[in-house]
Design a protein around this ligand. Structure first.
Ligand code: GLN
Length: 489
């Protein structure tokens, strides 16, 4: 038998239900890995103290024969998704001791099945970044090479899965934060259709872009978690049951999977900054898909190369308004502008300034300033207004593409994981998002699938490919993804 910690969710489900393993053994398997490696890799910010109780409860349900897909499955949760009574800091000093007062809908759905959350994982502060180097609590190291980043912002969640410290994890994706760390850590990462999973209880970053999704070892596992967490929610007015732009049926595969057509925007690969390893791996992946019988079509998405510019205007605009709630009064940290006085004697403005100045890290402050600027009266039309108009152009280009092909294929990231500390300017970091931000701009689902390794300094670093499909058509991603990885369907 494979080691207990190597199991996928699907495999573990079978073994739990046939009583070959217990929820306790499964959980202890993950805990052993945590004890062994978490100090070095800095993946979990906190391991909850009630996991064995949770496992006991789950076992009872399994023993009664009432198990559901995630009953007794140990999972990790990103530190920006709330569980009532537990800390959630978004890896920020400003929320270091904040305890959630309610549970996120996605987490609640998992808890209702008696899935076991074993702890909260490290991330870039408030999900702003692509490497977890922006965490206030130290960087997460890549399990494949501890000198390298794990990606981000859901770096801890991806690393937890890669290091067998959980069977699966929840992450959030605003511009690639599930897919990029999944590709850096050799996992599967799904960014669902915008609105298909409730955002209730997810700390908002860019509200028109944010979505919660799974990071897992297999495509089948991503599908399992997605099916549990999806659905319309009265607490999130943007949540809905997705419909396709052209009214075609959502998610159903009328044709046999071999008839699925994959569009490749080759012109995107001519941009600067894409590493040789990624290009080679991408070509090999296209060949593999061809050999599996899929039709490959060269497509043009003429304005997609503007996605990064559009994203880095819309996202900070939304960030700046979402972050206004962390004012030193409503939540978490509150610093007096005049700390030498025992009682608060300074004025409110000083409390705001001191709390936000010290409680928020440099990248978060940068985005607040940028967002405030693009939304300011004199510049609103030139920046925000234009970006919103361009967003429509991108959406339409995808809609057009999906009349011809079922999915669009790109690499997930332009390079494999980089060395910790190597990227020194914000812009260098932003460029890592070139392939991922488009799906958030268009609101469409996208998945990152492990596609091989690059040998760099004698270490094998994972690489991923990204598949994007029309609104609500996650099924197509699962179908092609399973085929690609040779998972039995
Ligand atoms: N890396 C991107 C950014 O820094 C994406 C972040 C995310 O998806 N939360 O904004």
């Amino acid at each position: 038998m494979t080691q207990i910690e190597d199991l996928t969710i699907k495999e573990a489900r079978k073994l739990l239900d046939s009583k070959e393993i217990s929820a306790k053994e499964l959980t202890e398997g993950a805990l052993l890995q945590i004890e062994d490696k978490n100090k070095e890799l800095n993946i979990y910010l906190e391991v909850y103290d009630d996991i064995l109780e949770q496992a006991k409860l789950a076992q009872k349900i399994i023993d009664q024969g009432d198990s559901k897909d995630l009953t007794g499955i140990p999972l990790a949760i990103k530190d920006n998704i709330l569980i009532k009574g537990k800390k959630a800091s978004a890896a920020s000093k400003i929320l270091e001791n904040y305890k959630a007062t309610y549970t996120a809908t996605a987490a609640k759905k998992i808890l209702e099945q008696n899935g076991i959350f074993i702890g909260r994982t490290n991330m870039d502060e408030f999900a702003m970044g692509g490497s977890t180097e922006n965490s206030a609590f130290g960087v997460t190291r890549n399990p494949h090479d501890p000198e390298k980043v794990a990606g981000g912002s859901s770096g801890g969640s991806a690393a937890a899965v890669a290091a067998n410290m959980a069977l699966g994890a929840l992450g959030s994706d605003t511009g690639g934060s599930i897919r990029e760390p999944a590709s850096f850590c050799g996992c599967v990462g799904l960014k669902p259709t915008y609105g298909s999973v409730s955002r209730y209880g997810l700390m908002a970053m860019g509200s028109s872009l944010d979505v919660i999704g799974p990071i897992t070892k297999s495509v089948a596992d991503a599908e399992i978690i997605f099916n549990v967490i999806k659905g319309q929610d009265k607490y999130d007015s943007t949540s809905h049951i997705p419909v396709r732009h052209d009214g075609k049926s959502v998610g159903s595969l009328q044709d046999s999977s071999r008839d699925l057509r994959i569009g490749v925007p080759y012109h995107l690969l001519e941009q600067d900054g894409i590493s040789r390893e990624v290009k080679e791996n991408f070509e090999e992946s296209v060949e593999k898909l061809k050999n599996l019988g899929f039709e490959i079509k060269d497509i043009k998405l003429p304005n997609i190369d503007k996605s990064l510019t559009i994203y880095y205007i819309i996202m900070p605009a939304e960030v700046s308004s979402n972050m206004a709630r962390y004012d030193g009064i409503k939540y978490g940290l509150s610093l007096d502008g005049n700390p030498s006085t025992p009682l608060r004697t300074s004025n409110l403005m000083e409390v705001y300034k001191k709390t936000r100045g010290e409680g928020l890290g440099p990248e978060v402050r940068r985005r607040i300033i940028l967002g405030t600027y693009v939304l300011s009266a004199g510049y609103y039309d030139a920046y925000y207004g234009k970006a919103m108009a361009a967003r429509e152009v991108i959406k339409n280009e995808f809609n057009k593409a999906f009349n011809e092909v079922n999915v669009v294929l790109t690499p997930t990231a332009p390079t494999p994981a980089w060395k910790i500390g190597e990227k020194t300017s914000p812009l260098e970091n932003y460029l890592a998002d070139i392939f991922t931000v488009t799906a958030n701009i268009a609101g469409i689902p996208a998945i990152s699938i492990p596609s091989g390794f690059a040998k760099i300094n004698d270490k094998d670093l994972p690489i991923g490919i990204q598949l994007m499909s029309a609104h609500g058509n996650e099924n197509v991603l699962f179908e092609i993804g399973k085929n690609f990885l040779g998972e039995t369907t």
